[in-house]
Design a protein around this ligand. Structure first.
Ligand SMILES: [Zn+2]
Ligand SMILES: [Zn+2]
Length: 346
């Protein structure tokens, strides 16, 4: 075993540096994982394009790997050599949010809890050092390329759970990117009828082929009119905005049924974009405007079990698998609208 490993660092728009850094020794309540796969999320894509800029950043937060070494006092059911999912999000466990059951938005999630030279989740690397609570055992027969999708799936588990979707609800998913399509998958499992709104014809065809009841194109006719036509003029019970466009939220409010929920799943860009809302439907139709971010520890457990037990097929959402060395090629491919997840393997 060499005593250094390769780690990718985003240093400027369009620039990635590969560092050789010493393999760390796990201290008390820490675990060392040999990374096997890391998926390239929109956040890493934005760091690469320069749309988000927290340089330097050791990116990579959708991580799977093999458990290599445990420090003292780690109480886990994973054994050395087992396949694991690394939940790289920091959950301090003692802030107000963590103590109120919202460890997905831990007050200290952006703070460093380890002595690191470069901040970030650091999953785009050959090894990753974890705190014990960040380690989730996966099934040893599950592919690493799918285990690494636990993080995005867990975000959608949370989203669908918090939106209180019920059987035979009519639900609209705005945007058939990978996150929108993971919503479609979970909503089908919930027994909902799913309408997808998508402009891109290839994504629309993909949504149709993967179980959408109807696919509408808001560029062809007004979004609200199309939703009303498909729901007998009632509107949708739940609408998920899985695109970064503020206007989608505005339109979703107009297309909600009485008692409906509008769920802002995706962050809106550019940040600070405002929408104008008529407050009357909140009163007259008792609609709810809400949203979710990331995932709590329960959502991660549910997602890793779904993948481990074959309760969801994620193969259609992995568009491309490339070796770690081809990370930049992978990021460029991931930014294409018709590409779903790109995974790099170590
Ligand atoms: Zn992600
Ligand atoms: Zn916290």
């Amino acid at each position: 075993m060499t005593d250094t490993y390769k780690r990718a660092v985003f240093t400027a728009p369009g620039q990635i540096r590969f560092d050789e850094v010493p393999i760390p020794e796990p201290g008390p309540r820490q675990a060392l994982v040999k990374v096997k796969a890391c998926a390239l999320c929109t956040w890493e894509q934005r760091m690469y394009s320069g749309e988000e800029h927290f340089y330097p950043l050791a990116g990579g937060h959708e991580v799977s790997g093999e458990l290599i070494k445990l420090g003292e006092q780690v109480y886990t059911d994973a054994k050395i050599g087992d396949r694991v999912m690394a939940s790289t999000l920091t959950r301090c466990g003692y802030c107000e949010s963590c103590r109120r059951g919202m460890d997905n938005i831990c007050d200290n999630s952006r703070k460093s809890f380890r002595d690191t030279d470069v901040p970030g989740p650091a999953g785009l690397a050959e090894y990753v050092l974890l705190e014990d609570y960040q380690l989730y055992k996966a099934d040893n027969a599950a592919p690493f390329e799918e285990i690494c999708l636990t993080e995005p799936l867990a975000c959608v588990v949370r989203s669908v759970r918090k939106a209180r979707v019920e059987r035979a609800d009519t639900v609209v998913v705005i945007g058939a990117g990978v996150m929108g399509m993971l919503h479609v998958e979970l909503l089908k499992q919930s027994g909902a009828r799913v309408i997808v709104s998508e402009i891109n014809p290839e994504r629309a065809a993909f949504a149709k082929a993967h179980g959408a009841y109807a696919v509408i194109n808001p560029a062809e006719a007004p979004f609200v009119d199309q939703v009303m036509a498909l729901t007998g003029g009632r509107g949708a019970d739940v609408l998920f905005a899985a695109v970064s466009v503020a206007q989608a939220v505005e339109q979703a409010i107009d297309a909600a049924a009485k008692g409906g929920r509008i769920h802002v799943y995706a962050s809106i860009h550019p940040r600070g974009t405002n929408i104008s809302i008529d407050p009357n439907p909140f009163h007259g139709k008792e609609i709810v405007l809400t949203g979710t971010m990331s995932q709590d520890k329960e959502d991660v457990l549910e997602a890793v079990r779904m993948i481990s037990w074959g309760l969801i097929d994620l193969k259609p959402f992995v568009s491309l698998v490339l070796p770690f060395e081809k990370l930049e090629e992978g990021l460029q491919a991931a930014m294409q609208p018709t590409t779903y997840r790109v995974v790099v393997t170590m």
